[in-house]
Design a protein around this ligand. Structure first.
Ligand code: SF4
Ligand code: SF4
Length: 649
């Protein structure tokens, strides 16, 4: 199992600048999918007293973990970004795969996979990235950067949240000066001009709280009290859909929506916070918050814990999201508002998509957050449609801002919730299908090139590279005591110029790209997996892995479990190729083995298969091709001197 290894901030910036200038995209999101505002409309909202330029953002999850994910969410129009949940246990082994968004949306990925210190650097780095992006004017003078809120998410119990490490983590998010200074120092070369930007040192002072299933009311109160009174944060308490009660969830999920195969976990309902407890707890927390100048809100809803009835995950339980959760969350909100005497700000999560976002905002749910929908084909490119649709609804109602839009819908809550509950788009019949598979197997080279696996990945781990289609006939060689002898080889066929690869350092093997790939095997397993350092390559290559040493002009590769090294000297027309059995010198222009030594004591000689050499050579050249900018080649790319690239960087 590979571990996530975040990309250093200077490389992220370098890639974004070069990729935008050469290909008109950033982290594979085309500029046509960047949200540039809608003339005449003001989407801004207030959250915990801070202003954000849109009410939209990713829910704590895969789209708010690595710095590039946060930037991608932002480019799509997110301005309230709920960061992935952190907790004291930061070395958990999450089972893989951990995401199944084929139709409904399930996961077992409930916590961050980075160490606390890494998460801190990712979140601070993302905030700095956005400042640099704005200062550079790369996206144009008129790009509406606006105001963005980073919202921390923390879990899961009082002991963990009060621990010295989590406490220090929260303090560092509230005053990130030391981390900022450390990251500033890494901005060298053309990026040095951004070192002295006045980066805001407070990355966040709001926390959305996740608690374990079964967390008692007293424990929730203890955590919120600690966060408000000792840490000085505003807090949003994430509520579970179990709050609706077993009978109501059973009725909605099974009888109304028709998801008969989903089995509820009664224990979760028995142990979780009860509705009446929540009605007492929330106003009490609000009063405590007000007493120290802070605010408390609630979020509906967390995912629903259900029994695992599928074969995707190994765990006994899994967490349901997507269309059925949308209906559960809306009904829960309606019930909560009907029974709650006080006014409580509510955030929303639960099957949000471009079609229902306007209704969610109309219900005064701020922010509206999304996750499952972004795992579907198109990924972050789906976000811009949310805001376009919201804008269209505002225009249709003759309003130009969100408060007026909400006011227009006052008193319509029951009607809006009932309409969603009755809407066939949330029912099982509409969500039972699975992505089409075409019964063909993925290999290292070639596939049907649908390119779904690139935007489907929350971390932008999959990427496209170009190679020359070819049928390369090659000989093999025998290294004998008396010399080198040519023996019959074979043909390496590459049918397509357009090829796919994976950058394994940022792939957490969640499995999402496999779900949507029409071919079998999983792009993240079958396509060449590139690592960012020799160290991670050596540790995690497994049966398939590569590392480009740009400075040394070398590529390391493990193919079918055998490790090889190829060092190229183009000027001399020579390469050094090392296999586990031999080390040889090869003439690059005609792939002739010129000399070599066996590394194994083998009196009958050693057969040298040239196929791995050819694969490494082709990959080395294709990955370095500057037409595409990606994580595997950005460290080795040359800027174009004197051109736009030079001036922007
Ligand atoms: S690997 Fe699969 S998802 Fe990716 S482009 Fe090829 S066929 Fe499409
Ligand atoms: S490449 Fe695939 S498996 Fe890896 S993180 Fe991305 S979606 Fe998940």
């Amino acid at each position: 199992m590979a571990e996530l290894v975040p990309v250093p901030l200077p490389l992220l910036l370098r890639r974004a600048f070069l990729e935008y200038q050469r290909e008109g995209k950033i982290f594979d999101l085309p500029k046509s999918k960047f949200f540039r505002g809608i003339p005449g409309l003001d989407f801004s909202v207030s959250f915990h007293g801070h202003r954000a330029s849109t009410p939209l953002g990713p829910a704590a999850g895969p789209h708010g973990q690595l710095a590039q994910n946060i930037v991608l969410s932002w480019l799509g129009g997110s301005r309230i970004i709920e960061l992935k949940t952190i907790q004291i246990l930061d070395e958990l082994a999450i089972p893989r795969p951990c995401i199944d968004a084929a139709n409904v949306g399930y996961n077992v990925e409930w916590s961050q996979e980075l160490k606390l210190e890494q998460s801190l650097r990712e979140y601070v780095g993302a905030a700095m990235f956005l400042e640099i992006l704005q200062a550079s004017r790369l996206l144009g003078e008129d790009f509406p950067a606006g105001e963005t809120i980073f919202d921390m998410s923390a879990g899961y119990n009082l002991e963990g949240i009060r621990s010295a490490r989590v406490r220090a983590w929260i303090e560092s998010m509230m005053n990130a000066r030391p981390v900022i200074d450390e990251l500033r120092a890494t901005l060298d070369g053309p990026l040095a001009r951004y070192r002295d930007l006045p980066f805001p040192t407070q990355i966040s002072d709001t926390i959305s709280l996740s608690t374990f299933h079964g967390c008692p009311a007293g424990e929730i109160e203890g955590i919120v009290g600690f966060l408000i009174e000792e840490m000085g944060c505003h807090v949003c308490v994430k509520m579970n859909p179990t709050l609706l009660g077993y009978e109501e969830v059973d009725h909605l999920l099974h009888e109304v929506l028709g998801y008969h195969e989903i089995q509820l976990h009664r224990q979760a309902f028995d142990n979780d916070l009860r509705f009446d407890e929540a009605l007492d707890l929330v106003p009490r927390l609000q009063r405590r918050a007000q007493a120290c100048g802070k605010s408390v809100s609630v979020k509906f809803s967390n995912t629903l814990v259900v029994k695992n009835h599928k074969q995707v995950f190994s765990d006994e339980l899994m967490y349901m999201s997507g269309p059925p959760l949308h209906v559960l969350a809306l009904n829960l909100i309606r019930k909560f508002r009907e029974r709650m005497k006080e006014s409580v700000p509510i955030s929303f999560s639960g099957g949000l998509d471009a079609q229902n976002v306007a209704n969610a905002v109309a219900l005064n749910l701020i922010p509206v957050t999304t996750c499952t929908d972004l795992l579907r084909p198109g990924g972050y490119a789906r976000l811009v449609r949310y805001l376009e649709n919201l804008g269209a609804r505002m225009t249709a109602h003759g309003v130009t801002n969100i408060p007026d839009f909400i006011a227009r819908h006052a008193g319509q809550e029951a009607a809006l919730v009932e309409a969603a509950t009755a809407d066939p788009r949330y029912r099982w019949e509409r969500n039972k299908g699975t992505p089409r598979k075409i019964a063909s197997k993925l290999w290292l080279y070639d596939c049907i090139n649908c390119d779904k696996c690139v935007p489907d990945c929350p971390n932008d781990a999959n990427f496209v590279y170009e190679t020359a289609p070819a049928a390369i006939e090659y000989d093999n060689f025998e290294l004998l005591p008396e010399g080198i002898r040519r023996v019959p080889g074979g043909v390496l066929r590459i049918v397509k110029a357009h090829q796919l690869a994976n950058y394994a350092d940022v792939c957490n093997e969640c499995g999402n790209c496999d779900i949507f790939c029409p071919e079998d095997g999983g792009p993240y397993k079958e396509k060449p997996r590139f690592f960012g350092t020799l160290e991670t390559y050596r540790k995690h290559a497994g049966a398939n892995g590569f590392f480009m040493d740009h400075a040394a002009g070398a590529i390391y590769g493990t193919i079918s479990g055998e490790a090889y090294e190829l060092t190229l000297d183009r000027a001399a027309d020579r390469a050094r190729f090392a296999t586990p059995a031999a080390e040889v010198e090869i003439r690059l222009s005609d792939n002739e083995v010129l000399s070599g030594v066996g590394l194994l004591a083998c009196p009958q000689g050693i057969l040298l298969d040239l196929l791995p050499y050819l694969k490494l050579k082709l990959l080395y050249e294709a990955i370095r091709d500057p037409r595409h900018v990606h994580f595997a080649n950005v460290a080795g790319l040359q800027e174009v001197n004197g051109g736009n690239e030079e001036s922007a960087l």
